[in-house]
Design a protein around this ligand. Structure first.
Ligand code: HAM
Length: 417
């Protein structure tokens, strides 16, 4: 029996577009003065329990948790924000703000479906230790510029909401609870539990009938204190100045508990049910992770798999690098193989892409194989060529053949590629 992939994982067999995307993101972020970092895939389980929230889906049912032989509970990271904040605190970073991004796999044991995997890659971006609301607008503008100007995406919206400060949420919670008590018999069992345990999470419910009920629920933005109210107005005004169009969405609360104030999501109908390809917001996480004071921050993560689904339809407009021309060397017998390998080595040292057919066979079958490989030139070394210090070169595009001195091959092939 052949092995199959673990459910919810993917094999990437052509990474050209994928690498292009990550590279473009890196270049874009560099222009905004972000540095790339890398944190471990393995982290302590408690890092996420403390930061994402005990009643969130990610923590209650989606983490891949292991106990080590020494009894320590570790897990495969479900997201990168908590690890980045841990790295900031543990390494006593003093830069203010600390603008960093990282890229890599995340793991969540969710039900796999189109656009939702158990292992998926994120490009995760954080501005740590900066509490200005202007930073939020600038950050959202930066993301929008990437999707619009660098990836030519058009069919998406930016959903925006403001979660206020903890006091605002407490005030809102009371009204929300009173409202939900009156409609308790019309919402699903999960929402009834969430209503008691972590009330804002009811808005994450995917159930259309529940969402219908929540359309009339009290809005958090109606419960903002004076300071938060001013920031919320400033954020919207600044986004307008920066020509970023947003859709205000009072039910956008995001699935993780660390958010305060600004939250946003980039979503596209072209993706189907899993329509968010980037999400984030402002958060306070450092005291929860043991620091003496808060370091207000803002960040976001893009789902690379979902972004690829969107980008593949505009691929022709993107400067994705082509594969280099491949030149195929054919040694006609065992005796010519060392010479073929030496010539290949010289060509590769000179920056050419070369492959050598070492399995032997008839001239006809090897030519057919070289053709299938998309060879730009075929270089044949038989007994005569070995004796004379030459190579027979066929240009597979024009069909021209020449016999060259071995020392002339590199410049000839370069000219014809
Ligand atoms: P998130 O919304 O959980 O936020 O994930 C961000 C993005 O990752 C989503 O919009 C989606 O594109 C992608 N994603 C999430 N789960 C999956 C999955 N199972 N399969 C495929 N793609 C997925 C965070 O992770 C926050 N840490 C973002 C953040 C950074 N907030 C502040 N800083």
């Amino acid at each position: 029996m052949l092995f199959s992939r673990v459910r919810g994982t993917q094999d990437w067999l052509d990474l050209r577009l994928y690498n292009f995307l990550v590279e473009q993101a890196g270049k874009h972020l560099q222009r905004y003065n972000f540095s790339q970092i890398q944190t471990p895939i393995l982290e302590q389980t408690n890092l996420f329990v403390r930061s994402l929230g005990q009643e969130t889906d990610v923590v209650t049912k989606e983490m891949y948790v292991f106990e080590t032989s020494s009894g320590e509970s570790i897990c495969l990271r479900p997201e990168a924000t908590a690890g980045t904040m841990r790295a900031f605190l543990e390494n006593h970073i003093e830069k203010k703000p600390w603008k960093v991004w990282c890229y890599g796999p995340m793991f969540r044991h969710e039900r796999p479906q189109k656009g939702r995997w158990r292992q998926f890659e994120q490009i995760n971006i954080e501005v740590i230790n900066d509490d200005s609301i202007q930073q939020d607008a600038y950050f959202i503008k930066m993301l929008d510029a990437f999707f619009k100007d660098k990836l030519f995406l058009e069919n998406y919206v930016i959903k925006l909401n403001f979660l206020g400060c903890p006091d605002d949420r407490n005030n809102h919670k009371k009204s929300l609870k009173a409202y939900l008590d009156t409609v308790a018999d019309t919402i699903c069992d999960t929402c009834r539990v969430r209503k008691e345990k972590n009330i804002l999470r009811v808005f994450d419910c995917k159930n259309e009938s529940c969402q219908e009920v929540y359309r009339d629920a009290p809005k958090l933005t109606d419960y903002l204190c004076v300071d938060c109210g001013v920031e919320w107005a400033q954020l919207q005004a600044l986004l307008q100045v920066l020509s970023v169009s947003v859709v205000l969405d009072p039910s956008l609360v995001r699935g993780l508990d660390y958010y305060n104030k600004t939250v946003f999501e980039f979503s596209s109908r072209d993706l189907g049910a899993q329509d968010a390809f980037c999400g984030g917001g402002r958060y306070d996480l450092s005291e929860q992770l043991g620091a003496k004071k808060e370091h207000p921050s803002i960040g976001a993560a893009m789902g690379v798999g979902r972004l690829l689904m969107l980008v593949s339809s505009v691929q022709d407009r993107l400067p994705v690098p082509h594969e280099p021309a491949v030149h195929v060397l054919i040694p006609m017998g065992d005796d010519q193989q060392p010479l073929a390998l030496l010539l290949a080595d010289v060509m590769q040292t000179n920056g050419l892409c070369v492959d050598v057919l070492l399995e032997g066979g008839s001239m006809k079958s090897m030519m057919r194989k070289a053709n299938k490989m998309g060879a730009s030139h075929v270089l044949i070394i038989g007994e005569a060529e070995q004796r004379d210090g030459t190579v027979s070169v066929k240009n597979m595009i024009t069909g021209d053949s020449v016999v060259l001195k071995q020392g002339e091959v590199v410049s000839y092939v370069r000219k014809g590629s």
